[in-house]
Design a protein around this ligand. Structure first.
Ligand code: FMN
Length: 184
C-alpha cells in the first residue's frame, strides 16, 4: 500500500491472542512510518505471541497491557487514550475479543478502552475456521456490524493450526487500505 498518509492521526492498535499477532509488528511499523501516532494495546494472551517491547520500539510509544499501569507510571490513562483516539484498530482480533466487544465487557485494558472510545473501530479477525464460522462468533460479528464497526474479513488459506479454511488474517495492505478509507 503506497502513498499512505496518516499524519496527525492517533491510532490505538489492539493486538490479541492469535498466532497472527507477530504480523502486528509489521502493521505497527507501517502505520508509524505513514505518520500515525500509534499506541499498541496488547491483551495478556497476545503477549504469549509477541513481546510488547517490539511494538513499543516500532511505535516509539509505550505498549500497554495492564489496565492498572496508570497507578504505577506517568502514562496516559485508559480514558485519555480512548479520548485521544481517531481510530481503534484490532489486528489480529481473536474470537474472544470479538465476543468481549459484542457483549460490552470491560475486563481488560483493550476491552475497557473499546467501551470508552467514540472513535471508529476496525476489526481484523484471525482464528481457526471452525471458530470463525461458529454461530456464536458469527452472531457477535453481526452485532458489531449492526453497530457500525468496520471489518477487514479474514482470508481463506492454510491456517497456522494446520487446517485449510477461512480465518487467516487479511493482508496488511487490505488492513492499511481500510484504515485509510475509514480515516479519510
Ligand atoms: C497456539 C495458540 C494459537 C491461538 N490462535 C488463536 C487465533 O488465531 N485466534 C483466536 O481467536 N484464538 C486463538 N487462540 C486462543 C486465544 O489465545 C484465547 O481464546 C485467548 O483467551 C484470547 O484472549 P484475548 O482475546 O484476550 O487475546 C490460540 C491459542 C493458542 C494456544
Amino acid at each position: 500500500m503506497e502513498n499512505l498518509n496518516l499524519e496527525g492521526q492517533t491510532i490505538l492498535l489492539g493486538v490479541t491472542g492469535s498466532i497472527a499477532a507477530y504480523k502486528s509488528a509489521d502493521l505497527c511499523a507501517r502505520l508509524t512510518e505513514a505518520g500515525a501516532c500509534v499506541y499498541p494495546i496488547l491483551s495478556e494472551s497476545a503477549c504469549k505471541f509477541i513481546q510488547p517491547l517490539t511494538l513499543q520500539i516500532l511505535s516509539k510509544n509505550p505498549a500497554l497491557v495492564d489496565l492498572w499501569y496508570e497507578s504505577e507510571h506517568n502514562l496516559p490513562n485508559h480514558i485519555q487514550l480512548a479520548d485521544a483516539a481517531d481510530l481503534l484498530l484490532v489486528a489480529p482480533a481473536s474470537a474472544h475479543c470479538v465476543a468481549q466487544f459484542a457483549q460490552g465487557l470491560a475486563s481488560d485494558l483493550l476491552s475497557t478502552v473499546h467501551l470508552a472510545t467514540q472513535a471508529p473501530v476496525i476489526i481484523a479477525p484471525a482464528m481457526n475456521g471452525k471458530m470463525y464460522e461458529h454461530k456464536a462468533t458469527q452472531d457477535n460479528l453481526e452485532t458489531l456490524q449492526k453497530r457500525g464497526y468496520h471489518f477487514v474479513n479474514p482470508e481463506v488459506g492454510m491456517l497456522a493450526c494446520g487446517y485449510e479454511g477461512v480465518g487467516k488474517l487479511a493482508s496488511l495492505d487490505s488492513i492499511l487500505g481500510k484504515v485509510q478509507s475509514v480515516l479519510t
